[in-house]
Design a protein. Structure first.
Length: 650
C-alpha cells in the first residue's frame, strides 16, 4: 500500500512542531528545503495569510501548489501558528491528488483526498480522520460537493481556506469548461462561508479571469499574475505529414530513451496506434486515454511516475492527469485548439526547472479536425442559449486562428506565446526553433501590404472570405461582378490586386497577420467576425516593412538535447557520485513505494554530488532538503557520499 493511502495518525508528525511559530519563508526552507520563493508565490501566500480572497495566475510548473500548501499548514497550526482550520482543495485532476498527498506526506504534512477512486471504507476512514482534525489539507473533486454527507462534514468543521485549482474550468470562455465547477460557489457559501477563497489557474485571458471572480464570488480579490515565461523550456514547431510525424517521434524517443516524455495526440485511435508502434520498436511506451479502464490507467500512470515506463502517449483531455516534475520532453502529435491548451500541456515538461523540450508537429488536416471539433453541436456547454453558444464558438475559432498563427510565424515562438498572455515578450529568445533559424521562409510582403490596403478599402467592415475574394478578383458568389449591386467590389483599387496568388495563400497570410497583431478580428453587432486593423497595422505601410511566413519548417529539436550541458558541467567524479545517489534514490523509492522524485529531485541529487555534505547542517543546506527528509534519508545519503570520498582517496 502506498504511503499516501494510510490515514495519518498525526503523532508521527507532531515532533517537528517548533515552539515558535514559523514564517512562510521558514516553512519553505525547513519543510520543503527551498531557499527562495518562485515569482509570485510569496505575494500569493502573504495575501492568503492576511485573510484576503486571492487569485493566482501562474504558468504550469510555476509552483501553484505551494501557494495553498504553505498557508494550509500554517492555518492548521502545524508550525506553531494559531490554528484556524483545515484547507479544502478542489481539483478536477483525480489522478494528481494521490501524487500531491504523497509529496505532502514526504515532507511531513498530513494530507488526504476524497474521490471516486476510493472504496467506501477508505472514504469513511478519511472522513473520520477529517472529523478528528488529523488532516491539514483535504483534496476533493468537484462532484463531491453535491454529496450530502460531505457537505455535512465540511459544514461542521472550521475551514480556513478553500483553494480552487484549475479555476478556469468554471468558465465557458476557457478551454476546459467543467459544469461541476459551477457548484463551487454555492457550496462554499453554504458550507465554508468564512473561509478565504483562493483561485489558481494558468489561463490569463481577461474574460476567463473576470468569469472566475464572479463565478466563484471572490470578494475584493487580490489578483497576482506572474510571468508566463518558462526560460528552461525550448519550443519548436514542425509541419510534417502524418507518417513522417510518427517516424520523427520514434527517432526522438529512441535517441532519448533514458528520459521521460509525453506525446499528446488529438484522438484515442492515434494514441493506441502510436503507442503500439513505439512499443514494437523497443520504446518503453504506453497509451493513456479515457476509453481505457480505470485500473489500467492507474497502473500506467504509476509506471510512468516510477520511471518504469518512459513515454506516455495520451489524449489531451486525459493527459491533464499526468504529472511528473522531471518530464524532459513533450511532443504534440497534433495541433491543439488554443495556445492556452498548448502551453498547459507543453508546460508539463521541465517543472523541476531543468531543461525541457516542447515540440509541436502539425499539418493541414489537424487544422480541419480542430475546426470540426468546434462545429460539433455537442461541443456547446449544456444549458447555454444559442446566442451564447455562438459566442463561445467564435472565441474558440479565434483561439484556433492564433494557434495556426503560432505554427506559421517566423518570429520568436516564446515571444508569440508571451504576447498572447498579454506580456511584452522578447524579439528573440535564442531558445526556440525560430530563433535557432532552422526554417525556410516565403516572402509575402506584397501580399501583406495588399491585404492591409484592402481592409482599409473595405472600411474594416467585412469578413475574411470577402477580403480574400476581392484581392483575388472574384465576387462573393464567384461569378462575374455585377456593377451597382451591394456586393460589387470591383471598383475598389485593391480588386484583383492578387489575382495571381492562390486564394489559400492569401487566407494563410491573413491568419498570420491576425496572430502577429497586424490585423485583428472584431465581432460586429450582428455577430459576424470582421477583419479590422490590429495594434501593429501601421507598420505595413512603412517603407522598410518586410513580412514572411514559413514554408515547410525544417527545424528540429536540438539533437544533443538541451538537458545535457547541465550534467556535463559536473566534474566527472561528481557525475559518478550522482549516478550512485540516483541508484540509492531508486532503492529507497522502491522500499517506500513512492516515485523517485518524491524522495529527491535530480537537481537536489546533483547539488548533493557537488557539495558532498557530511553533517546534518550541510545536508540541510542542499536545495530541496527539508527537516523531514534529513531525518528520513540524511544518514543513508551521507554514508554513501562519505564512502565514495574514501574510495577516491585510496
Ligand atoms: P503548478 O501547479 O503551478 O503547475 P507545481 O506546484 O506542481 O506547479 O510545482 C512545480 C514544481 O516546482 C514542483 O516539483 C515543486 O516542488 C517545485 N517548486 C515549487 N515551488 C518551488 C520553489 N520555491 N523552489 C523550488 N522548487 C519549487
Amino acid at each position: 500500500m502506498a504511503d499516501a493511502d494510510k490515514v495519518p495518525d498525526g503523532a508521527d508528525d507532531a515532533g517537528t512542531v517548533p515552539r515558535h511559530a514559523l514564517t512562510a519563508q521558514q516553512v519553505l526552507k525547513r519543510v520543503y528545503g527551498y531557499d527562495t520563493f518562485r515569482p509570485g508565490q510569496r505575494q500569493v501566500i502573504d495575501s492568503v495569510l492576511s485573510g484576503r480572497d486571492t487569485m493566482a495566475i501562474m504558468p504550469t510548473g510555476g509552483g501553484k501548489s505551494l501557494c495553498y500548501q504553505i498557508p494550509a499548514a500554517m492555518f492548521a497550526g502545524f508550525f506553531g501558528n494559531r490554528p484556524i482550520g483545515m484547507t479544502l482543495v478542489i481539483s478536477p485532476l483525480i489522478s494528481l491528488m494521490q501524487d500531491q498527498v504523497e509529496a505532502l506526506r514526504s515532507v511531513g504534512v498530513p494530507g488526504a483526498y476524497l474521490n471516486s477512486s476510493l472504496s467506501p471504507e477508505r472514504s469513511a476512514a478519511i472522513m473520520r480522520a477529517v472529523r478528528e482534525r488529523r488532516i491539514t489539507i483535504l483534496y476533493c473533486a468537484p462532484e463531491r460537493l453535491a454529496r450530502r454527507e460531505f457537505r455535512d462534514l465540511i459544514s461542521s468543521m472550521p475551514i480556513a481556506l478553500v483553494a480552487v485549482d484549475e479555476a478556469h474550468c468554471v468558465s465557458h470562455w476557457g478551454h476546459d469548461f467543467r459544469p461541476d465547477y459551477r457548484q463551487i460557489r454555492d457550496f462554499t457559501d453554504a458550507c465554508a462561508p468564512h473561509a478565504v477563497r483562493l483561485a489558481l489557474t494558468a489561463t490569463a485571458t481577461v474574460r476567463v479571469r473576470d468569469d472566475i471572480i464572479s463565478s466563484l464570488q471572490l470578494r475584493r480579490p487580490a489578483v497576482f499574475q506572474t510571468t508566463f515565461d518558462r526560460p528552461n523550456l525550448w519550443f519548436g514547431v514542425r509541419k510534417l505529414g502524418n507518417r513522417e510525424k510518427d517516424q520523427w517521434i520514434l527517432d526522438y524517443a529512441l535517441a532519448h530513451s533514458d528520459e521521460s516524455g509525453i506525446v499528446y495526440c488529438a484522438r484515442t485511435k492515434e494514441v493506441d496506434e502510436l503507442a503500439r508502434m513505439l512499443a514494437s520498436h523497443g520504446v518503453s511506451a504506453a497509451p493513456y486515454h479515457a476509453k481505457l479502464d480505470a485500473d489500467t490507467r492507474k497502473a500506467t500512470q504509476s509506471d510512468f511516475i516510477h520511471d518504469r515506463i518512459r513515454v506516455i502517449v495520451a489524449t489531451n483531455a486525459f493527459g491533464m492527469g499526468i504529472d511528473k516534475p522531471d518530464v524532459r520532453y513533450v511532443v504534440h502529435h497534433n495541433l491543439p485548439g488554443s495556445i492556452e491548451a498548448y502551453y498547459q500541456e507543453a508546460g508539463r515538461a521541465g517543472r523541476d526547472g531543468d531543461p525541457g523540450r516542447c515540440m509541436l508537429l502539425w499539418n493541414g488536416s489537424d487544422v480541419n479536425l480542430r475546426s470540426r471539433f468546434i462545429d460539433m453541436p455537442g461541443d456547446a456547454p449544456r444549458g447555454m442559449d444559442p446566442e451564447e453558444a455562438d459566442g463561445v464558438r467564435r472565441t474558440k475559432r479565434a483561439m484556433l486562428d492564433f494557434m495556426v498563427g503560432y505554427c506559421g510565424t517566423t518570429h520568436c515562438l516564446r515571444g508569440m506565446i508571451l504576447r498572447y498572455f498579454g506580456e511584452e515578450g522578447p524579439e528573440s529568445c535564442h531558445n526556440c526553433s525560430n530563433c535557432d533559424g532552422r526554417f525556410e521562409a516565403v516572402d509575402v510582403t506584397d501580399i501583406a501590404r495588399a491585404i492591409s490596403r484592402c481592409v482599409h478599402d473595405m472600411r474594416q467592415s467585412t469578413g475574411r472570405g470577402t477580403i480574400a475574394n476581392v484581392l483575388h478578383g472574384v465576387t462573393a458568389r464567384g461569378g462575374a461582378p455585377t456593377r451597382g449591386s451591394a456586393r460589387d467590389h470591383s471598383a475598389l483599387p485593391t480588386f484583383g490586386a492578387l489575382k495571381r496568388q492562390p486564394i489559400g495563400l492569401i487566407r494563410d497570410v491573413m491568419t498570420q497577420m491576425i496572430a502577429d497583431g497586424y490585423l485583428a478580428i472584431h465581432t460586429s453587432d450582428a455577430g459576424y467576425p470582421l477583419v479590422v486593423f490590429g495594434p501593429r497595422a501601421a507598420e505595413t505601410a512603412d517603407a522598410g516593412f518586410a513580412y514572411s511566413i514559413k514554408r515547410d519548417a525544417s527545424s528540429s529539436m536540438p539533437r544533443s538535447g538541451v538537458s545535457k550541458p547541465v550534467s556535463e558541467a559536473m566534474e566527472p567524479s561528481d557525475q559518478g557520485l550522482f549516478e550512485q545517489l540516483r541508484e540509492l534514490r531508486k532503492q529507497i523509492a522502491r522500499e517506500a513505494n513512492v516515485p523517485p522524485y518524491v524522495v529527491f529531485s535530480d537537481r537536489t541529487l546533483r547539488d548533493m554530488a557537488q557539495a558532498k555534505p557530511a553533517t546534518d547542517e550541510e545536508f540541510l543546506a542542499i536545495n530541496g532538503v527539508g527537516e523531514k527528509k534529513l531525518e528520513r534519508y540524511g544518514g543513508r545519503f551521507m554514508d554513501m557520499i562519505a564512502a565514495y570520498g574514501a574510495e577516491g582517496k585510496e
